[in-house]
Design a protein around this ligand. Structure first.
Ligand SMILES: [Zn+2]
Length: 377
């Protein structure tokens, strides 16, 4: 199969899956008549020998929580609800669910993960190649060239401190400030007057996945080796992706993404500046061929469960892709780690932490600005 038809085939599968999402997960028309737009992303496994395409996860969304919201999260609020990050979170949750199933059903098999020869370890089946589909270019460095006529753009002098979260860290720029500056880490874009999020742009996060892999600290612990994406498929242009994704990590060991186009358009793309970004995000997990979980999210929680201000969060408010949900599933597989908190455990995953540190050093030589701690038991 040629690269063009592979890109189209994956894109078509993802767009068909999107059409089956419930309407509560999708953009709508606001009471003032404005149409909403969103971004769609998905992780798809491809077995090229049998021409098999297996959707693993799907995400929609364009929102991230302000850092100030995180103090009451305790692992339950999903900080970054951009589509591609939700799709990656959901990918890890699917892997955890398959391992939990294999762990408690010793005679059964799963389609993505298998038991490894070494005891207590699992492998992602080697027949699968992985693609990420994204309906448009990821926010941040890889998409800055496309933004010239967009809203929320602020050009400024190179020495203007307002563009930085911390003026001492000039290799991290706020959102779309000083948009012509290239190859810098950016925080998630937002309205200029909105509360700041310290979450990094999807370009920065996806770029790092070429070094760190797409596993989180829990699936990293359970699988015998890291899992990388092979293809990056988008309905937008791929011409800006190379310099942003390759140049910034060139000197680190990495598995470079191959960029493919998909000619099918996503129906809820942004078409004009009169349209509004959709407040709702969503995730869908394709756990097993006959079993899925679909959730709409608002403010990082399951839609309908958000409480305002300083009130405690409601029970069952957390999404299946939240840190809290994944950590509790992980502890059923590794009960010997029950005395650890999530962050205590994460500190022990030293080989992965070293890759993260190296990557951050390359992307932002002047230092790193982390989001607030968000731990859970
Ligand atoms: Zn993004």
């Amino acid at each position: 199969m040629s690269d063009v038809s592979l890109g189209n085939k994956v894109g078509q599968k993802v767009l068909e899956a999107y059409q089956k999402l419930g309407s509560s997960c999708k953009p709508s028309t606001r009471s003032n008549g404005a149409n909403e737009w969103t971004v769609l992303a998905s992780i798809v496994a491809i077995d090229r020998s049998s021409n098999d395409f297996r959707l693993i996860s799907l995400g929609t969304g364009v929102k991230a929580l302000p850092d100030a919201f995180l103090h009451r999260s305790n692992g339950k609020m999903v900080h970054d609800c951009h589509a591609e990050i939700l799709a990656l979170r959901a990918f890890n949750a699917v892997i955890l669910h398959q391992i939990a199933f294999l762990n408690s059903n010793p005679d059964s098999e799963a389609d993505l993960v298998e038991r490894s020869h070494q005891s207590q370890e699992f492998s992602f089946k080697s027949k699968w190649e992985l693609a990420i589909y994204i309906s448009t270019l990821p926010c941040g460095d890889a998409s800055m060239d496309l933004l010239c006529d967009d809203q929320g753009i602020v050009e400024m002098q190179e020495n203007d401190p307002i563009q930085y979260v911390d003026p001492m860290v000039v290799s991290i720029v706020r959102g779309r400030f000083n948009y012509s500056k290239k190859k810098v880490v950016r925080t998630k874009p937002g309205r200029v007057d909105s509360q700041i999020t310290l979450s990094k742009s999807c370009s920065d996060k996806l770029c790092q996945r070429q070094v760190i892999s797409i596993l989180n600290c829990m699936t990293w612990n359970l699988l015998s080796k890291p899992v990388y994406l092979k293809y990056f498929i988008t309905s937008n242009t791929t011409e800006y992706l190379h310099q942003s994704f390759y140049d910034r990590i060139r000197s680190l060991p990495n598995v470079p993404l191959e960029f493919l186009r998909c000619s099918h358009k996503f129906e809820h793309d942004k078409h004009s500046n009169e349209e509004e970004p959709c407040s709702i995000s969503s995730v869908k997990l394709y756990l097993f061929p006959d079993s899925t979980i679909e959730q709409a999210l608002l403010n990082g929680l399951r839609n309908g469960f958000y409480t305002k201000g300083t009130k405690p969060l409601r029970s069952n408010c957390e999404s299946v892709v939240s840190r809290y949900s994944q950590w509790n599933l992980f502890k059923t597989i590794r009960p010997e780690l029950s005395n650890y908190s999530y962050l205590q455990f994460k500190e022990t995953v030293r080989d992965r932490n070293k890759l993260i540190q190296n990557c951050r050093q390359h992307l932002s030589p002047k230092g790193w600005i982390s989001t607030s701690r968000d731990d859970c038991l």
